[in-house]
Each structure stands twice: as structure tokens, then as C-alpha cells.
Write a protein of this length. Structure first.
Lengths: 157, 100
């Protein structure tokens, strides 16, 4: 099949008013996009609870860790497919570094829960680590999206 | 001061809105983009193909509930081109403000 050949497009030369209108259109569309794709608080709370439960069960050597891990990923994947869009979580190298540092901190807490129970006999350690992980994950997600949620709310008002 | 470099492949209003819609996202599904932009399937397909040919958009087809669905996302090249285009528009608008 012969492919359609596109004519080279002339270089655009918008007037200042056209440029301003284009920028306003970009801002509006980007806001609509964020409003459509941002995940709801119940999902953020669910993911935080999932992470905390995984850490608690992991610290207690529960056989439910692996099924719960996969179940969480499957639920998130299905939500994303049904939702039709997903926010871009990492926008820059700085963002990547922040996510890596937060991940390391959360992993350290999870290991602390396991070691606390296994080495020092602290039965509460997995529960404590799980609670800290759940609260930490929810706080991170809220802090990351607070400016965007505020901007979207002010736009709606 | 250098002349701002606008990208002719992005500048058309629908393609500009398409890039603006995809920019904050990891990826978006074809029907969602169509509904949000208020364009027809054929118009959106044409614009997505145009941007994909330029290497600005990546298109993936995946099955959901037994049906093929297309997902679109901006590539690194597309993100850079869109950011440069927005910067050029801001430069034009700012110049006008400076003259006013």
C-alpha cells in the first residue's frame, strides 16, 4: 500500500495574541489532563495500606506476602487500564533521586521490622514498620499531589 | 535576541492540545484522548500518526476485554520538542508584553 506523503508544513508565525491564546489552550488542556488522570485519594490510601500490610506480613513470615504483592499490582494495573490514563510520576532527574531516597528509606524501615522481630524478639516490630510504611506512603503521595490538587480545586471554584 | 523556534509539526491547534494533554501523563488511551479533545477518531488517528512519524509520540496496541485499544505517550524527543515549542510561544507573548 502506498503511504501518503505529507507536504512540508510552513514555519508557523503566530502573532503575540495567537501565542497567548495557544498558551492558554495548553494550560487548560494540561489541567484537564491532570484532572482526568490524577488518582483519587481512596486509591492512594489503598496503595498505602497495601504497602503497610505487605511489610507487616513480610515481617511475620506470612505465606500471604507473595499473593498480596501480585494482587496489588493486578488491581493497580486493572484500575489504570479502566481509567484510561496515568499520571507521569517522575518528571526530572531530581524527582528520580527523591523517589530513590524515599524508596531506600521505606525499605530500611521494612528491614527494621523484620530484623526487630527475628533478631531482637520484638513482636510489635512488623506492625510498627507496617504502620510507618502505610503512613509514610500516604503522606508522600499527598505531599506530591497537594499542589496539583489545590490548583485543580481553584480552577473548579 | 534569537528568533523563537516554533515546531510546525506541533503548532496545529489540535496537535498542540494533543501534546498538552499527553505531557503530564505517562500514557493515555485513544478513546479518552478523543473524548477529552472533542475530535473524531479519524482526526485523532491522523494527528497521532503525524506525531508518531516525527518520533514525538509512541503508540502501543494492547488488548482489553478482548478488544484492541491504542495507548499513546509522548517520547523523550516529543517532550523536548513540546517544551521548546511552549518556550517559543512564551517568548513571543513576552516580547509583545515588553513592547506594550
Amino acid at each position: 500500500m502506498e503511504r501518503e506523503t505529507l507536504m512540508p508544513e510552513p514555519a508557523p508565525k503566530p502573532s503575540p495574541d495567537e501565542a497567548r491564546a495557544a498558551l492558554a489552550s495548553i494550560e487548560q488542556t494540561a489541567s484537564d489532563s491532570c484532572a482526568r488522570a490524577i488518582y483519587p485519594r481512596w486509591l492512594a490510601a489503598g496503595m498505602a495500606l497495601w504497602g503497610g500490610t505487605l511489610v507487616t506480613l513480610g515481617g511475620m513470615d506470612s505465606p500471604w506476602v507473595v499473593p498480596l504483592l501480585f494482587a496489588g499490582f493486578i488491581v493497580y494495573w486493572l484500575w489504570r487500564r479502566a481509567h484510561g490514563a496515568a499520571m507521569r510520576e517522575i518528571h526530572s532527574r531530581g524527582g528520580l533521586v527523591r523517589v530513590a531516597v524515599a524508596t531506600l528509606a521505606l525499605v530500611a524501615i521494612a528491614i527494621g521490622g523484620i530484623v526487630g522481630r527475628a533478631q531482637y524478639g520484638l513482636a510489635w516490630a512488623p506492625y510498627g514498620a507496617g504502620a510507618v510504611i502505610a503512613a509514610g506512603l500516604f503522606a508522600i503521595m499527598e505531599i506530591c499531589y497537594a499542589p496539583l490538587r489545590a490548583r485543580l480545586a481553584s480552577r473548579r471554584a | 535576541m534569537s528568533r523563537p523556534q516554533l515546531d510546525a509539526r506541533i503548532h496545529a491547534p489540535d496537535r498542540l492540545r494533543l501534546c498538552a494533554f499527553l505531557a503530564p501523563l505517562d500514557e493515555a488511551e485513544f478513546q479518552l484522548i478523543r473524548d477529552e479533545l472533542g475530535v473524531s477518531d479519524s482526526v485523532l488517528s491522523k494527528h497521532l500518526s503525524h506525531l508518531a512519524d516525527a518520533g514525538y509520540v509512541r503508540l502501543d496496541k494492547r488488548a482489553l476485554n478482548g478488544r484492541q485499544r491504542a495507548w499513546a505517550s509522548l517520547t523523550v524527543k516529543g517532550r523536548k520538542a513540546f517544551a521548546a515549542h511552549v518556550a517559543a510561544l512564551q517568548q513571543i507573548a513576552a516580547r509583545a508584553n515588553g513592547k506594550a
